[in-house]
Each structure stands twice: as C-alpha cells, then as structure tokens.
Design a protein around this ligand. Structure first.
Ligand code: SAM
Ligand code: SF4
Length: 344
C-alpha cells in the first residue's frame, strides 16, 4: 500500500510527487489509437478501434496536457496510434506550443511511424517541436513490409529525410524481433549512426493481443548486446532520461545507442512519467492496469478542480514497479490493452 504523501495534499504545493517520492515531470499522451500500419508486435491485422466518441477531443487533450504542465510536467510526448493521423493534430501542437513559449514546458516531442512526416515536418518544427522518435524496424523493404503488415519503407525514409531537413532531431526506435530483424540490427545501427541519428533498441512488451505468438518474437536485448559486442566496442554512458533506456557509445561509429529492456532489467525506481490514453485514461505505469479516468473529470466540469483531484488520486496510486512476463506457457499478453491505446 502506498502512503498518500503527494504535495497536492499540502496546500500551496502542486508538483506531482508519488507515494515513493518520485517526481513526475514527463507525460506521454496518445492522441489516437488509429494507425495506418499494423506492426506485428503492436496490433492485430484486423484491430478494432475505439468508437470516435470515446476519444478525447482536441480541446480535452489540450486541457489535460495543460493541467499537467501547470503541475510541473516539463516534457510532453505526443504519440498514438499514429499521431499524425489524428485530424487537427497540428492545431493541437500549435496550441500546446504556448507552453514552450512561456517556458513552462521544456520539450514537446513526438513519436511517429514516419509515414506522414514529409507532409508535416516543417510545420512541426515551426511550432517548436525539436525532437521526434521515428519507428523503423528494418531497412529491407520486404522485411519492413512484413513487420508492419504492408508498410512502404520508401515513404518512411522520405519522412525521415524531410524531418532532418526541417531541422528536427530524429531518433530511431527499433523493436528487436527474433526471426524478423535480429540478424540485421547491426546494419540499422550503422545506418543510423552514419546519418548522425541516435538509435534505441526495444524489447517487445506483452501489451495487447496481436494475433501472433509473442514468445516467437521476443529477443532479450542482453543477447543482442553480446552480439554487437563481437563487432563493436560499447562504452556505457551515465545518461538517463528517468526512463527505461540505458545508453552506450559505439566507439567505432561515435553514435549513441540505447537499450530499452523492461523485461530483463528493472527501471522503475527512477520512473518520472505517466501516460494518458487517447480516451483519457491515466495510466500510472505502462506495465500495470491500474488507471484513473480523466475524461470523466474533464467532461463533468469546465473548471479543472475535478481534473486535479483525479491527478492527485493517480499520484497516490502510482505503483513502485511493473510485472511484465513473457513465458513459454503463455500465449496471452500480460495486459489486454495495446500500446497504440496507451501510447508508446
Ligand atoms: N505509431 C507510432 C510509432 O510507431 O512510433 C507511435 C506509437 S507506437 C505504439 C510507439 C512505440 O511503441 C513504437 O516505437 C513501437 O515500436 C513501440 N511498440 C508498440 N508495441 C510495442 C510492444 N508490444 N513492445 C514494445 N514496443 C512496442
Ligand atoms: Fe502503428 Fe506504431 Fe503500432 Fe506500428 S507500432 S502499428 S506504427 S502504432
């Protein structure tokens, strides 16, 4: 049981501190659960999306993000689903950019699959977005098509080029998948570093039914790292974003490489983040189902009193850690919800 010590209980102090003295300064918000791709580790081919009326409106998204910024969130990442598929997304970014101008917010970032980046990169940069994460799991067009169930890598590569041209700092996110891309991760690292891009490798997390056996997909990154170490010198870096990533410098390329290993390494003690799903559910931990309904709080009143109360409740309930499991017996995911709803 966590002890309610949130400073929200103490008049005059409004920063977000949980029951384990961790300060929450980073919010990830999924703006839609829809996507134009169907990555094998993320969604099933015939994924059922939420009814539109359940999604937060752009105004509600703005209100919730702004409430968190007022409570000390310094970094906001918009994600999905595919955020660039949300109608009016640029209006939301433009509106939220007021918090960058006031310097309440340090960073407004985006995670995208890159398929619509060519169109939006320049506007994103104009509204103050400086860094984006682009998911790219293979450089081979056929493998890319297989992993995304139909995606066109050329469009994504054009998007990355447009983003760089617009001055955005691009980080590549790559999910390691046993039979699909494990053997070619080295070339993705080389490619990224040759372009001056950082790359982060991610272990598959058991979120949502994808219509595929996860035990077939899972590769421990410890194995990937050992493999990379046969060829490269990996120098551990002390860098941290308060999240699950651990970083190394690849001596031969000079580039930075991240490892996100939620399953083989615990990262929870330093967790500084919470997530809001596209239907306004606040998840205090990506790996737990406990949740607080912010949509109800927002829709019940035009003042933010109820919203702030709901956020305080969530802070008291933020758990110490997660309990993801992928084992040989289990076909079913640990958590029923998909990453596309919660936001990766
Ligand atoms: N559509 C955008 C994209 O692909 O970047 C943003 C949303 S996606 C859910 C965010 C990140 O979550 C991506 O980097 C994706 O690879 C990752 N992801 C999705 N499902 C995952 C899973 N089950 N395990 C690990 N990473 C996952
Ligand atoms: Fe879409 Fe991103 Fe999920 Fe792939 S990982 S299906 S691009 S939301």
């Amino acid at each position: 049981m966590s002890i309610p010590i949130s400073p929200a209980d103490q008049p005059g102090k409004r920063t977000l501190v949980d029951g384990f003295f961790r300060t929450v300064t980073y919010l990830r918000v999924s703006v839609t659960d829809r996507c134009d791709l169907r990555c094998v580790y993320c969604m099933s081919r015939d994924m059922t999306f939420l009814p539109k009326k359940e999604l937060l409106t752009l105004d509600e998204l703005d209100r919730i993000c702004s409430a968190f910024v007022a409570r000390g969130v310094r970094k906001l990442r918009l994600t999905g689903g595919e955020p660039l598929m949300r109608r009016g997304f640029l209006d939301l970014v433009r509106s939220l950019s007021r918090h960058l101008k006031s310097e309440a917010l340090q960073e407004l970032a985006l995670t995208t699959n890159g398929t619509h980046l060519s169109k939006y990169a320049a506007d994103l940069a104009a509204f103050g977005v400086r860094r984006i994460n682009v998911s790219l799991d293979s450089l081979d067009s056929e493998v890319f098509k297989k992993i995304t169930r139909g995606g066109d890598i050329a469009v994504v590569l054009e998007g990355i080029a447009a983003a760089r041209e617009a001055g955005l700092k691009v980080k590549i996110n790559t999910v390691a998948l046993r039979d699909l891309n494990e053997a070619s991760l080295e070339s993705l690292v080389e490619w990224s570093h040759a372009k001056g891009l950082e790359i982060t490798l991610i272990e598959t997390m058991p979120l949502g039914d994808t219509g595929e056996d996860r035990t077939d997909q899972y590769v421990p990154l410890s194995r990937v790292r050992s493999q990379l170490e046969k060829r490269y010198t990996l120098v551990d870096l002390p860098d941290t974003s308060g999240g699950p990533a651990r970083y190394v410098r690849v001596a031969e390329t000079g580039g930075r490489l991240g490892f996100i290993t939620p399953l083989t390494q615990n990262f929870c003690e330093t967790c500084n983040r919470v997530r809001v799903s596209c239907n306004g559910t606040l998840f205090m931990c990506l790996g737990k189902d406990d949740q607080v309904d912010l949509r109800q709080a927002v829709r019940a009143s035009s003042s933010d009193v109820l919203l702030n109360e709901a956020i305080d409740t969530a802070m008291r309930r933020k758990p110490l850690g997660h309990d993801f499991v992928i084992d040989r017996r289990g076909q079913s995911p640990t958590l029923a919800r998909h990453m596309s709803v919660t936001g990766g």
